[in-house]
Design a protein around this ligand. Structure first.
Ligand code: PRP
Ligand code: MN
Ligand code: MG
Length: 182
């Protein structure tokens, strides 16, 4: 375990099993279709990579980079498009892939945007859900794990751009971020 981590919440094996399980559900969901999987950079990268390898239908991948935290712990309340999709959304079945839903701001913004762009359907799969953080109403169609109100990092989740490469999801030691969560 990394020295900055207080405890491991979700192990590498638990993550792998969950990706297989979610992938199986998504394979059924999109059977005979050609969904557009939209990864939300940067946090969703490891999860996107793992879960999509368990989806056995044709699919297209694209990425969107939106940021509302700007390297800070707390959301600025404003979502900014850093990189837009290259793909036309109109008429497509979208699967948004996220690492975590916290306040819900990022995803409520994206869902509104993709509705405006006339997606045929929009579904959300997220590795983690932190319901205690919610300020914008948003519900994922598929959730890997629910997490408590703690500072979680790893498997895509960062604190000041670090820890994304940890293979597990852990709680960061408070002395690293210097304070109380939320
Ligand atoms: C994080 C995380 C989600 C979002 C969740 O991304 O990866 O995308 O915040 O928070 P919310 O529900 O309160 O909007 P961030 O904007 O930090 O960018 P990153 O993925 O590059 O870390
Ligand atoms: Mn993100
Ligand atoms: Mg971040």
């Amino acid at each position: 375990m990394h020295n900055d981590i207080e405890k491991i919440l979700i192990t590498e094996d638990e993550i792998a099993a969950k990706c297989a399980e979610l992938g199986e559900q998504l394979t059924k969901e999109y059977d005979g279709k050609f969904p557009l999987a939209v990864g939300v950079l940067k946090g969703a990268m490891p999860f996107m990579s793992d879960v999509l390898r368990h989806i056995h239908t044709h699919l297209e991948m694209d990425f969107m980079d939106v940021s509302s935290y700007g390297g800070k712990m707390r959301s600025s309340g404003e979502v900014k498009i850093v990189k837009d999709l290259d793909t036309k959304v109109e008429g497509r079945d979208l699967l948004i892939v996220e690492d975590i839903i916290d306040s819900g701001l990022t995803l409520s913004y994206l869902v509104d945007l993709f509705k405006y762009r006339k997606a045929n359907s929009i579904k959300i799969v997220t590795m983690l859900d932190k319901p205690s953080g919610r300020t914008s109403y948003i519900k994922a169609d598929m959730i890997g794990f629910e997490v408590p109100n703690e500072f979680v990092v790893g498997y895509g989740l960062d604190y000041e751009e670090r820890y994304r490469n940890l293979p597990y999801i852990g709680v960061l030691k408070p002395e690293i971020y210097g304070g109380e969560e939320t």
